[in-house]
Design a binder for this molecule. Structure first.
Ligand SMILES: NC(=O)c1ccc[n+]([C@@H]2O[C@H](COP(=O)([O-])OP(=O)(O)OC[C@H]3O[C@@H](n4cnc5c(N)ncnc54)[C@H](OP(=O)(O)O)[C@@H]3O)[C@@H](O)[C@H]2O)c1
Ligand SMILES: *[C@@H]1O[C@H](CO)[C@@H](O)[C@H](O)[C@H]1NC(C)=O
Ligand SMILES: *[C@@H]1O[C@H](CO)[C@@H](O)[C@H](O)[C@H]1NC(C)=O
Length: 314
C-alpha cells in the first residue's frame, strides 16, 4: 500500500515537473543571418540562454552588460556554446543615464542594424546607494535605451522590442507622487518594501509596453512584454542568505532552469505571425490578458511623461 502511494506520488511529481514546470518551448525555426539583436543583462540568467539561442540562429548578438569582466567571460562562453563568432560585448550600465547614452551612441556608430531589442536586465534587492535602482534599471534605464534606439529599429523594420516583465506586475502599484518628489517608486529598505518596489517596477514595464505599442502603431516595429515563469537564476542574490537557503528546496522543484526560462522571450522575438499581438503580454509562450491596471491608458501615459522628464528626453 505505502509503496504504491509513494510511486504514484513520485509519478505525479515527475509529470508535474516535466509538463507544468517546464512549460512550452519556442517552436519557431526562424534563422537570423544578417540580423542584429541586443540582449541587456546577458552575462547570466535567461539573458545568457536567450543570447546563446539567438547566436545559434545566426544573429549578430550584442551583449549589453554592466560589468566588463563578467560580460567578456559570457561572450567567450556564448561563442563557444553557439559556435558563432558574431557575439560581442558592449558595456551598458542601466543604472546610469550617462552610460545608456554612451552605449547608444557607440552602438549607433558601429552597428548598422538593429532588428530585435530584448530588454531583459533586471535586479531586485537593496543597493549600495539605497533605493531607486530597481526603478532605474528595471524601468527607466530600458525606457531611455529603447527611445534612443527607436529610429534604428524603425529603419530596420519589421523589427521587435521585447520587454521581460513578470507576473509580479500584478502586485504592483505606482505612486506618482513619490516618483515626482523622490524619483523612486517607494521609500524604505525593508524586505517587504523592496519586494513591493520590485513588483511596482514590473508594472512599469507592462505599462510602458502598453503605451509604446500605441505610439508604434502604423510602424512595422512591434513590441511584446512577458512573464518568463519562475526560474533559478542569480536574481535573488541581493536578498540575503537566509531567504536563499529557505527557498532553495522549493525553487529546486518548482522553478524552471534558464533554458526553459528563456522560451517565452524567444517566442516573442521569433514567432512568425504574432505582429497583430503587438503590445500584448505573453506567458508560457501564449498570449495572455494583462491585468486591468497594466492596461490603464491614463497611467501608462503619465508614466511615459514622467519617464521622459526623468531621463531628460524632453
Ligand atoms: N528569476 C525569475 O524567476 C524571474 C521571474 C520573473 C521575471 N524575471 C525577470 O527576468 C529578467 C532576467 O532575470 P534573471 O532571473 O535572469 O536575473 P539574473 O540572473 O540576476 O540576471 C539579471 C541580469 O541583469 C543584469 N543587470 C542588473 N543590473 C544591471 C544594470 N544596472 N545594468 C545592466 N545590467 C544589469 C545583471 O548583470 P550583473 O550580473 O552584472 O549584475 C544580469 O546580467 C529580469 O527582468 C527579471 O525581472 C525573473
Ligand atoms: C504551459 O503550457 C503547457 C502546454 O499547453 C501546459 O501543459 C503547462 O501546464 C503550462 N504550464 C504553465 C505553468 O502554465
Ligand atoms: C520595457 O520596459 C521599459 C521600462 O518599463 C521600457 O523602457 C522599454 O522600452 C519597454 N519595452 C517594451 C517593449 O515594452
Amino acid at each position: 500500500g505505502f509503496v504504491f502511494i509513494l510511486l504514484v506520488a513520485l509519478r505525479v511529481a515527475y509529470i508535474y515537473r516535466h509538463i507544468v514546470v517546464k512549460g512550452k518551448r519556442c517552436t519557431s525555426k526562424a534563422k537570423l543571418h544578417g540580423k542584429t539583436v541586443i540582449v541587456t543583462g546577458s552575462n547570466t540568467g535567461i539573458g545568457k540562454t536567450t543570447a546563446i539561442d539567438l547566436a545559434r540562429r545566426g544573429a549578430r548578438v550584442i551583449l549589453a552588460c554592466r560589468c566588463k569582466q563578467r560580460g567578456e567571460a559570457a561572450m567567450e562562453e556564448i561563442r563557444r556554446e553557439s559556435g558563432s563568432s558574431q557575439v560581442v560585448f558592449m558595456q551598458l550600465d542601466l543604472g546610469s543615464l550617462k552610460s545608456i547614452r554612451s552605449f547608444a551612441e557607440s552602438f549607433l556608430k558601429s552597428e548598422p542594424r538593429l532588428d530585435i531589442l530584448i530588454n531583459n536586465a533586471g535586479r531586485t534587492g537593496q543597493t549600495e546607494d539605497g533605493f531607486g535602482l530597481m526603478f532605474g534599471v528595471n524601468h527607466l534605464g530600458h525606457f531611455l535605451l529603447t527611445n534612443l534606439l527607436l529610429d534604428r529599429l524603425k529603419e530596420c523594420a519589421p523589427s521587435r522590442i521585447i520587454n521581460v516583465s513578470s507576473m509580479a506586475h500584478n502586485f504592483g502599484k505606482i505612486d506618482f507622487d513619490c516618483l515626482n518628489s523622490h524619483k523612486a517608486l517607494g521609500l524604505g529598505t525593508s524586505f517587504i518594501r523592496l519586494l513591493q518596489i520590485y513588483c511596482d517596477s514590473k508594472l512599469c514595464n507592462a505599462l510602458f509596453n502598453h503605451e509604446l505599442a500605441k505610439r508604434l502603431r502604423g510602424t512595422q516595429v512591434t513590441c511584446y512584454t512577458l512573464h518568463p515563469g519562475q526560474f533559478i537564476s542569480e536574481l535573488g542574490r541581493n536578498t540575503g542568505l537566509f531567504l536563499q537557503i529557505v527557498l532553495k528546496p522549493i525553487t529546486t522543484f518548482f522553478f524552471k532552469n534558464t533554458v526553459q526560462g528563456c522560451q517565452t522571450t524567444l517566442h516573442c522575438a521569433l514567432q512568425e505571425g504574432i505582429e497583430p499581438l503587438s503590445g500584448r503580454y505573453f506567458s508560457n509562450c501564449t498570449v495572455r490578458d494583462l491585468f486591468a491596471k497594466a492596461r490603464d491608458d491614463a497611467a501608462a501615459k503619465k508614466l511615459w511623461e514622467i519617464s521622459e522628464r526623468l531621463c531628460g528626453l524632453v
